[in-house]
Design a protein around this ligand. Sequence first.
Ligand SMILES: *[C@@H]1O[C@H](CO)[C@@H](O)[C@H](O)[C@H]1NC(C)=O
Ligand SMILES: *[C@@H]1O[C@H](CO)[C@@H](O)[C@H](O)[C@H]1NC(C)=O
Ligand SMILES: *[C@@H]1O[C@H](CO)[C@@H](O)[C@H](O)[C@H]1NC(C)=O
Length: 208
Amino acid sequence: TMLPLLLLLLATAHALDKLPYIPTLARSPLGGLTTASTFVLEQPRCVFTEVPSDAVIWLVVAVPEAVANFNNSVGPGTPERAFQGFPGSTPAYMTLNTTILNYPCPKPSGEITVLRVGSETSCARNEMRPTCNGPLSGPGPYRVKFLALNGSEPVAETGWSKPITLKTAQPPSSIPVMGSRHSPGMIALTSILSILFAILLASLVAML
Ligand SMILES: *[C@@H]1O[C@H](CO)[C@@H](O)[C@H](O)[C@H]1NC(C)=O
Ligand SMILES: *[C@@H]1O[C@H](CO)[C@@H](O)[C@H](O)[C@H]1NC(C)=O
Ligand SMILES: *[C@@H]1O[C@H](CO)[C@@H](O)[C@H](O)[C@H]1NC(C)=O
């Protein structure tokens, strides 16, 4: 009676390898690397170790609502996965396709191993380039994962990233000027100091 269940498990395990890796934002010593229309991810190095060498690794960018029922079988470059329809008419697009050869493992030290999502402005409106890595049109949030296709068959995927929120473009006047705002700690300190000064003054007056 366990056999059909076991076979089912084997079949699903063979169909799509679910890797524990979660895509993460790259960090620089100066903080996060997001702008109003782009973000930078760590490359998935040493992640797709079992896929055929000619499998193509795609990046999927989706609105969070699309994650639960995401269909891996909808091919990249189709209208349902076109950058130009995102996020209005398509809840996800696929871009940054490359083979595993471009994500060598281990990663050589000192090499730049990041991916900037949203860096290709030239194809953003070109319907003939549905896999365009175009600039994102709003702050999101977005969730991303890597998906490996062997031909058109999904063979491995990573987990979905945490929601990624981009910077909101602000008019310069609304950006707070450094030092013009006082922290709560500073306000408390100022109040305590003025109370102490008042007590000191009161005792001086009493002594006269
Ligand atoms: C997923 O997409 C494929 C290809 O478009 C389609 O054949 C299949 O029915 C879809 N699966 C679900 C559960 O919608
Ligand atoms: C990526 O996809 C585009 C469009 O489908 C294709 O022209 C290009 O050759 C692909 N590149 C790689 C490395 O698979
Ligand atoms: C990849 O595709 C080829 C041909 O389409 C097939 O022979 C091979 O078994 C597939 N490999 C995996 C791991 O699915």
